[in-house]
Design a protein around this ligand. Structure first.
Ligand code: ADP
Length: 687
């Protein structure tokens, strides 16, 4: 250069100047561009010199920091604000990132909260010191942006997360969430109480399986791959999987829902198990079921037909055994309860809708009240059976009728005994008519005789009429016997019924007793033109009996035979050993009018008399045979009759051949002689 001419040197310098100017111009252009870029950045940017005096503050920075607060120095920007770190701790001026940068400290993404009288905001700020070539700090740059919105949103999300966690924590169902490695992320309170007593967030699903065993409802243990958590891990979703979980100190029955959750790439990220403890529910269900079974068994054992019908379609829900037996006999095709259950009543009983039962059920539905059908008869297995039918509505909680229970109460015995009672009352009435007639006849005779005697006395003709008086006295005696017989029979029958009638048992030759009676009656039978015959298979037959009562039995039977026989007929009295000497049979057979077959059953009943018009020459009250039967039975024996209407009758008395060790020979002053007995017992056949 030294050798160059001035012109040349000037030219070079001038060129260099030009070049410098150009560069300078370019640099300024670039500077302007850079400043414009910085000015328009969405980030707040501020430059300050090493004294903290602002060199540049871009528009965003001016917006965020209160405009009027931006003075010359950084300290000016602090005069109206308080700054806190993200945890709420107040920052001293010296700890502010820009101020720290003045000291050469670099800070990155420091989150701060700024409180200004006119506004509050969160910001994220980074400050950097810049050094020149000599290493002197010349400039600091601080970049920041408003993160209020982001912070508020993440706070909101955090709050919602907490709310959600609180809900999950306190929900009555058990919830457990685990990740793709099986590690528990969340186990709520119910789940901890039920399954994870010593829950630790590091636990893995597999650890629960070391202490618990899983069974299905049939009691079969689940293999590892069917354990609920493992099914979810495999990506299965399921609902209400019923599992029995046995752990060392308890056994639970749980319903489990399992849901796998996938990330945006479709990869399994979380598994959710939601379980409900059904142990108590099943216990109650079990108790209810066993109570129901108990009731059902009870209802089944009832000797009372019970049917349950649904409403309003009258389908049979259930029927007990007794009810089934009735349906079976009405519908022989039906053999089992399953054939009946679920059927509509009208399908089983075609005419149901037109029946009075249907009408009654309709009334139950209308009035919502129990209804009855009384004394309805059914023919079951050939027998007429009477029922009172009860229709009882069973209500839902909303007081709608859910079912109708039908009970059939068998009132056959009651109805039949009513019938018997009515018949007995009718017979008693007839008896009273007969008795009063029987009592009146001898009384009339006695009364008329007394009047006659009175006439004889007043007319002084007693002596003249001596013969006829003796005849009349005989008639009084005869009619007194008749009265005596009636009264004796009534009194004895009452005694027997009340249990006061006692036998005086002694060991006697029954053949002799019967034969003597027959012999003493021959005069009477002769006078009636009847032939009486006695027969026996042995001469002596000693049995324990009450002689007087045996006489009454035999006299009663012979008296009937005489009453219902005609002149020329024969009466055959026989004493025989029977059943290898176990019994003695006394039979009285006649060939009189006989008894119609339909009356054979009733003649031993109290007060029963075959139609009086048929028993021509008969007098009587209808209690003789009933008394005979009772006395025979008191001796431990029995009586039966064989008869053919128009041909004659045979009455047979069977007495056991017992003997008594202590003979009861009580003699009462009331005991009558045999003759007197004959007079009394045959009083109605003596004419
Ligand atoms: P009564 O005192 O009326 O004779 P019984 O009890 O002795 O009553 O007899 C009842 C009925 O039985 C009689 O009314 C009669 O109809 C019938 N009867 C009893 N014995 C005979 C017989 N030997 N022959 C025909 N009918 C008889």
């Amino acid at each position: 250069m030294e050798n160059l001419s001035i012109e040349k040197r000037y030219k070079i310098i001038s060129d260099e100047n030009k070049e410098l100017k150009k560069r300078n111009q370019k640099l300024e252009e670039q500077n302007t561009q850079l400043l414009s870029i910085i000015e328009n950045l969405s980030e707040g940017v501020m430059f300050a010199n090493n004294k903290g005096d602002f060199i540049m503050v871009n528009s965003e920075a001016r917006r965020v920091i209160y405009k009027s607060d931006i003075g010359i120095n950084i300290a000016d920007a602090f005069k109206n604000i308080e700054v806190f770190d993200i945890f709420g701790k107040q920052l001293a001026f010296k700890d502010f990132p820009s101020v720290r940068a003045l000291r050469g400290e670099k800070s990155k993404n420091v989150r701060i909260f700024v409180r200004h009288p006119n506004k509050e905001y969160y910001a994220e700020i980074s400050s950097t010191p810049i050094y020149n070539a000599k290493g002197d700090l010349t400039i600091i740059v601080s970049c920041f942006h408003d993160i209020t919105e982001t912070i508020n949103q993440s706070r909101k999300i955090e709050e919602q997360k907490k709310e959600l966690e609180a809900i999950i924590e306190n929900i009555a169902d058990s919830i457990a969430i685990f990740d793709d490695k099986g590690k528990y992320i969340l186990v709520n309170k119910t789940s901890r109480e039920l399954f994870h007593a010593s829950y630790n967030s590091m636990d893995n699903i597999s650890e629960g399986y070391d202490t618990s065993e899983f069974y299905d409802t049939y009691g079969k243990q689940l293999d590892s791959e069917n354990i609920p958590a493992n099914r979810v891990m495999r990506g299965e979703e399921f609902k209400n999987m019923r599992v029995i979980v046995k752990s060392p100190n308890k056994t639970l029955q749980v319903d489990i829902n399992g849901t796998p959750i996938y990330d945006s790439n479709g990869k399994f990220s979380l598994g959710v198990l939601c379980s409900r403890d059904m142990t108590d529910y099943f216990k109650h269900e079990e108790i209810t079921r066993s109570r129901y079974e108990f009731l059902n068994n009870m209802v089944n054992t009832f000797d009372l037909p019970v049917v349950r019908l649904t409403c309003p379609d009258f389908k049979i829900v259930d029927i007990n055994k007794k009810g089934l037996s009735i349906v079976e006999s009405l519908k022989p095709k039906i053999k089992s309860i399953t054939q009946i259950k679920g059927n509509k009543i009208e399908d089983l009983f075609g005419k149901f809708k037109s029946s009075e039962y249907y009408k009654c059920i309709s009334e139950v539905l209308k009035d919502k009240k129990i209804k009855y059908l009384n004394k309805r008869s059914l023919i079951l297995n050939g027998n007429e059976v009477y029922f009172n039918v009860v229709f009882e509505p069973i209500f839902e909680v909303n007081s709608e009728i859910r079912e109708i229970v039908i009970l059939l109460i068998d009132v056959t015995p009651e109805i039949k005994s009513n019938m018997v009672m009515k018949k007995a009352l009718k017979m008693q009435g007839e008896f009273l008519v007969n008795v009063s007639h029987e009592l009146k006849t001898p009384l009339n005779v006695i009364f008329a005789t007394a009047q006659l005697f009175n006439l004889y006395c007043t007319s002084g003709s007693l002596d003249d009429k001596k013969d006829s008086i003796i005849k009349y006295i005989e008639s009084i005696k005869q009619n007194s016997y008749r009265l005596s017989k009636i009264i004796n029979n009534i009194v004895d029958l009452s005694k027997i019924e009340a249990g006061f009638y006692k036998l005086n048992l002694s060991n006697n030759n029954i053949v002799e007793i019967v034969e003597e009676i027959v012999v003493s009656l021959t005069n009477l039978t002769d006078s009636k033109g009847l032939n009486i015959v006695f027969d026996t298979d042995c001469e002596e037959n000693i049995i324990a009996c009450d002689t007087e009562k045996i006489e009454r039995i035999v006299l009663n039977l012979i008296s009937n035979a005489i009453k219902f026989s005609d002149k020329g007929d024969e009466i055959f009295v026989c004493v025989k050993n029977k059943n290898k000497n176990k019994f003695v049979e006394i039979s009285v057979k006649d060939n009189g009018i006989g008894i119609e077959e339909e009356h054979l059953d009733i003649i031993f009943d109290r007060f029963s008399q075959v139609d009086k018009s048929l028993s021509r020459n008969a007098e009587g009250t209808g209690i003789g045979l009933s008394l005979v039967k009772s006395i025979v039975e008191l001796h431990g024996g029995s009586i039966y009759v064989e008869s053919e209407f128009g041909k004659g009758s045979k009455f047979t008395v069977r007495l056991p051949k017992n003997k008594v060790l202590n003979e009861n020979m009580l003699y009462s002053s009331n005991v009558r002689s045999r003759d007197e007995n004959i007079q009394v017992e045959l009083s109605d056949v003596y004419s």
